[in-house]
Design a protein around this ligand. Sequence first.
Ligand code: ZN
Length: 235
Amino acid sequence: MNELSFIQFPKLRYLLIALIPLFVLTSCTTIGFHQEKIRESIPFGEKVSFRVCVIKEKGIVDQDVYSLFGAWNEELLYYQLKADPIILLETERPGFYGADILDYIINFKMPEECDRLLYLKGRTWGDIVFEVFTLGIFAGIGLKLEVQGAVEARTNTKGYIKAKYISTIQLLFTSPKSTLIHEGYHLLGCGHQLFMEECYERIRDVKLLLTDPNRDPSFFPNINSSGKKILKRPI
Ligand SMILES: [Zn+2]
């Protein structure tokens, strides 16, 4: 079925509109609302770069990676940070579900030249079928099975995003760039909050760890979701 005609079906469209608030509440769409004045009052220190090693699926070209990082780096300007991509390798998907990808990156030993690990998921015909299927469930009972991306919570240093997303209802709410910006906050230790203040403070604290005498000097530190300092490169 043509995806657009699926949404154009009038009754379904109204149902989808009615479900928007539910969608916003249950998905990993918003990290929090920005608070400009507060952000500007927080000293983020000197400009620092960190290295993000990229594992990408076939069909994602280097230019896609650079354009994604361009969008992320615009957001990171607020915090005097810059993410430098290092493309490590291209791979076949380790499994169909997001959990398979998370498993893969958790067990992937982070090379010496990496501060973070990011897996870019492509889009296959199987994904498209699954999207149409989950869209049906979403419309029917208000459940959203698809996940745009995730970051492991043990060290908040490894994550994945859907990097090719031109599909169904998703484009109304999100894009690979906004997903990367979102998961990018998790990679800097932020959780979800209604307002961003807590996240700003977390990023400031992560940057302060750069002066921690116990940190591995070749690793850009982090603070995980439960507040634990990550001073050494995880396995
Ligand atoms: Zn999230």
